[in-house]
Design a binder for this molecule. Structure first.
Ligand code: SF4
Length: 345
């Protein structure tokens, strides 16, 4: 996929600095990205390893918003495809990790801490070969989750790798793909020959949560428009209520959200729609980094209704969670009859 095609224009995210792992320019995508950003006058810094960039590690947490403007270009080494039992059969370490957005609850903060900036991997042919190898060994067709470490719609605006992958999954005999997104920039996906082999799960939340907590992602209206356009283009589309955040007034907020979805989603989306519900978990790492980086943002760690889950993470206590589950499942059942809730976690 040439980098000058729609969907890979680099306009959604323009980095302030680009770090390039040595060896990345042995790949056509790596060379093209460096050429693009060098041509735009953006500083290019060569590094030994994409996961060990000392000068970025030394930056204090309060500088996270500036770190999020960094782009790292590297070569993915680990191609281990692991079993999954939620959205897919397997999780593929795919073409990016990290993200330029700043959702306060982002689990990537617990893994990469303030190094959770967008990292794109240019060896997509090798990543794809791992998917092909895996699927050829399976007795039955499998669903591969390809978006668990990043947001591939966002990444696509930089690399075009999602468009590239969708066309490959279209030709994969014993496998299909699934990914979730909080971005509405899907125009480049609409004319692809996808053969219905890529499911796009559009993550939604009440508008006030998106504005206050999912900073840097697309507004709700753009996500609804994207869901309608994707369904019209023949993609299987799902909705993720993810993550459900139990702020004061959560019933009203999520009730309004579901009513708006019912009113604005097209018949094409509703025909094959399914839901996933994912309750927020929040890490002590999130709390610590957000306190420094976004001192005016609300603290989502509400110990009155959350309890430790292990490894420095907190989840909602059973009582409030059961109440919310019942509410959401009932609302979905009455507004979207026949649309299953595939899982709740
Ligand atoms: Fe994290 Fe996804 Fe938000 Fe990006 S869009 S910050 S990956 S939760």
């Amino acid at each position: 996929m040439p980098l000058d095609q729609p969907g890979s224009t680099g306009r959604l995210f323009v980095p302030a600095e680009v770090y390039v792992e040595r060896g990345s320019q042995d790949y056509p995508l790596g060379r093209a990205l460096v050429e693009r950003y060098a041509g735009q006058g953006i500083p290019i810094i060569e590094v030994e390893a994409h996961h060990r960039i000392e000068r970025l590690r030394e930056v204090p947490d309060r500088m996270l918003p500036r770190l999020k403007r960094v782009l790292v270009i590297g070569v993915r080494k680990s191609l281990r495809i692991l079993p999954n039992n939620r959205s897919a059969d397997y999780i593929v370490p795919f073409t990016s990790s990290g993200c330029s957005a700043s959702c306060l609850y982002c689990y990537l903060l617990c893994t990469f801490f303030s190094s959770s900036y967008l990292r794109v991997f240019v060896n997509r042919e090798e990543i794809w070969a791992a998917v092909e190898r895996k699927s050829s060994r399976l007795a039955d067709p499998a669903v591969f989750e390809i978006g668990s470490n990043s947001d591939l719609v966002l990444e696509d605006s930089v690399t075009g790798s999602l468009q590239w992958a969708i066309e490959r999954f279209a030709g994969l005999e014993r496998g299909s793909a699934t990914l979730a997104t909080k971005f509405g920039a899907i125009d480049g996906l609409l004319s692809l020959n996808h053969r219905g082999k890529t499911t796009i799960r559009v993550s939604v939340n009440p508008e006030e949560i998106i504005r206050r907590i999912e900073m840097g992602t697309s507004p709700l209206g753009a996500r609804i428009t994207a869901a309608n356009a994707l369904a019209a283009a023949g993609y299987p589309v799902a909705l993720n209520l993810a993550p459900v955040i139990m702020l004061t007034g959560w019933r009203e907020m999520y009730g309004r959200l579901l009513q708006r979805l019912e009113a604005e989603l097209s018949a094409g989306v509703k025909r094959r729609l399914f839901f996933e519900i994912i309750f927020m978990t929040y890490g002590l790492a999130n709390e610590q980094i957000n306190r420094e980086a976004f001192p005016n943002a609300e603290n989502l760690l509400d110990r009155r209704c959350m309890r430790p889950k292990g490894r420095g993470k907190y989840c909602y206590s059973p009582r409030i969670r059961t109440e919310a589950e019942e509410f959401l499942v009932n609302e979905i059942g009455s507004l979207f009859p026949g649309a299953p809730v595939r899982y709740i976690v």
